[in-house]
Ligand binder design. Structure first.
Ligand SMILES: Nc1ncnc2c1ncn2[C@@H]1O[C@H](COP(=O)(O)OP(=O)(O)OP(=O)(O)O)[C@@H](O)[C@H]1O
Length: 276
């Protein structure tokens, strides 16, 4: 079942030159005619060099930013038209986990207040009370539930990212957008958080849009991969196709830069090269 349907999405930013009020304006196309679907329960990775338009695409999909043109449908509804209750439901169903947990968590709030805040805004009382709800969520993401009254600064980077994930899960989302969510973490911590993200998806069946520039990470957890370059999707296919038999020249260059960690993919790539 298609959860998210993005069609012909474009985003132009207006850039002002120097020179105060008389400065000339120019427009810059950050996202150019991008289309993709995300099915329920799948992980679509969006990869590409810095500045290729990955985050802008994701921010539009989460309605944090309006597109210049194109459409985004969530469960068949055009989200640009959603207002009131429909918009509130969409904001629940789609959660975003950002790269830097410390700047996306309020430093003056305890973990309990952070993870229950999305419910508080909606006037919903967590089942079993705030304390029990927070403890359960903390256990789910591998944090010590006895630390629910601590502040973000009292946690390591990896633990803080788990708080961000717990906050996203608090409202039972259908789609979680991870925007470089593991990029700032040490490799060993990164591996633990990736395992956690995969386990949570198996348990709850939600979808991910997983934005990353690290292809080794994407290889581990994606079902399908979209490769972006200069605002456009240059290749979109299953993980095995994109990694094993890339069609686009830019994808091939990107893959050539990845350390070889999976001999099976290498073998398939060599075989596919031999065929052509
Ligand atoms: N608010 C803005 N105003 C002007 N230009 C912007 C704005 N936001 C993004 N851009 C530009 O749009 C382009 C795409 O940015 P975006 O952040 O989507 O790329 P990205 O692929 O996510 O890059 P990174 O991996 O570095 O985060 C970049 O050139 C960026 O500088």
């Amino acid at each position: 079942m298609t959860l998210l349907r993005v069609r012909d999405l474009s985003k132009q930013f207006v850039i002002r030159g120097q020179g105060g009020l008389l400065a000339r304006k120019a427009s810059f196309t950050a996202v150019d005619q991008v289309s993709f679907d995300v099915a329920l329960g799948e992980t679509l990775a969006i990869v590409g060099e810095s500045g290729s338009g990955k985050s802008t695409t994701a921010r539009i999909a989460a309605r944090l930013l309006d597109p210049t043109s194109g459409s985004v449908e969530f469960e068949g509804e055009d989200i640009s038209r959603a207002t009131g209750k429909d918009l509130a439901r969409f904001r629940n169903d789609v959660q975003v986990v950002f790269q830097d947990p410390f700047s996306s968590l309020n430093p003056r709030y305890t973990v309990e207040r952070i993870v229950t805040a999305p419910l508080t805004y909606q006037g919903i009382a967590p089942k079993g009370g705030r304390r029990a709800f927070t403890r359960e969520l903390m256990e789910r993401v591998g944090l010590n539930p006895d630390h629910s009254q601590r502040y973000p600064a009292q946690f390591s980077g990896g633990q803080a990212q788990r708080i961000g994930i717990a906050r996203a899960l608090a409202v039972n989302p259908k789609l979680v957008i991870c925007d470089e969510a593991v990029s700032a973490l040490d490799v060993s911590i990164q591996a633990q958080v990736i395992k956690l993200l995969m386990r949570l998806q198996r348990e709850s069946g939600f979808s991910y849009i997983f934005i990353a520039h690290d292809l080794a990470v994407v290889r581990q957890l994606s079902h399908r991969v979209a490769v972006m370059s200069k605002g456009r999707i240059v290749e979109l296919g299953s993980r095995d196709q994109v990694f094993g038999e890339p069609r686009d020249e830019y994808t091939k260059t990107l893959l050539a830069a990845v350390p070889r960690i999976n001999p099976e993919w290498d073998r398939r790539r060599r075989l596919s090269k031999g065929r052509s």
